[in-house]
Design a protein around this ligand. Structure first.
Ligand SMILES: [Zn+2]
Length: 195
């Protein structure tokens, strides 16, 4: 069961895909996420769902995933150290939130760091940067994360109109699932109190 607080955090993340980024309208899927899943499943015989996001980070990409109770942001990526640090408090509140943060940091890694950018990345759910370039990078990481954890094809196949039960299959929060359904025009835009 996800908490209301963590759902609000997820709402803020997903709001950045839509309301807060009207000038950054774009696709809601990223083929690089599918390529990454395929690379993993060619080597490891795990079930496809829920997507084994932590194993993708650690076993496929050789990244270290850690939690930090005192982290002042939702997640951090330290490319030079190949480390992802997840906010331990948020992770305890919602395993789905933890998975989304790891997937989001993988988005930064795959989309922005594998080509040589080694600057640390700090990610907040609650703070929306005013810098358009930073917002574009955050949006790219969010779209990547959504597609990594909730592949379009699997969502369309399994969508039953109930975000809560679908969310269990994908290992995400009900609100994240509801937004994903909305992205594919399978459901109306969710409201926080409905999830
Ligand atoms: Zn980020």
């Amino acid at each position: 069961m996800v908490s209301e607080k963590s759902d609000i955090g997820n709402l803020l993340i997903f709001d950045r895909l839509t309301r807060d980024n009207p000038d950054l309208a774009g696709p809601v899927t990223d083929p690089r996420a599918g390529v990454l899943r395929q690379r993993y499943h060619q080597l490891f015989d795990d079930p496809e769902l829920p997507v084994p996001v932590e194993a993708i980070a650690e076993d496929l990409l050789g990244l270290i995933v850690e939690e930090d109770e005192d982290l002042h942001v939702s997640g951090m990526l330290l490319p030079a150290e190949r480390r992802i640090i997840v906010n331990g408090r948020e992770a305890r509140e919602s395993p789905g939130r933890r998975r989304f943060t790891i997937a989001h940091e993988l988005g930064h890694w795959i989309c922005q760091c594998e080509n040589g950018n080694a600057k640390p990345v700090y990610c907040r759910a609650e703070e929306i940067g005013v810098d358009p370039e930073a917002r574009a990078l955050e949006r790219e990481a969010n779209v990547f994360a959504a597609e990594l954890l909730m592949p379009e094809e699997a969502v369309r196949e399994r969508w039953n109109g109930d975000a809560m039960t679908c969310a269990l299959s994908f290992g995400v929060s009900a609100l994240a699932m509801a937004y994903r359904g909305h992205s594919f025009e399978l459901a109306p835009r969710p409201l926080p109190q409905r999830c």
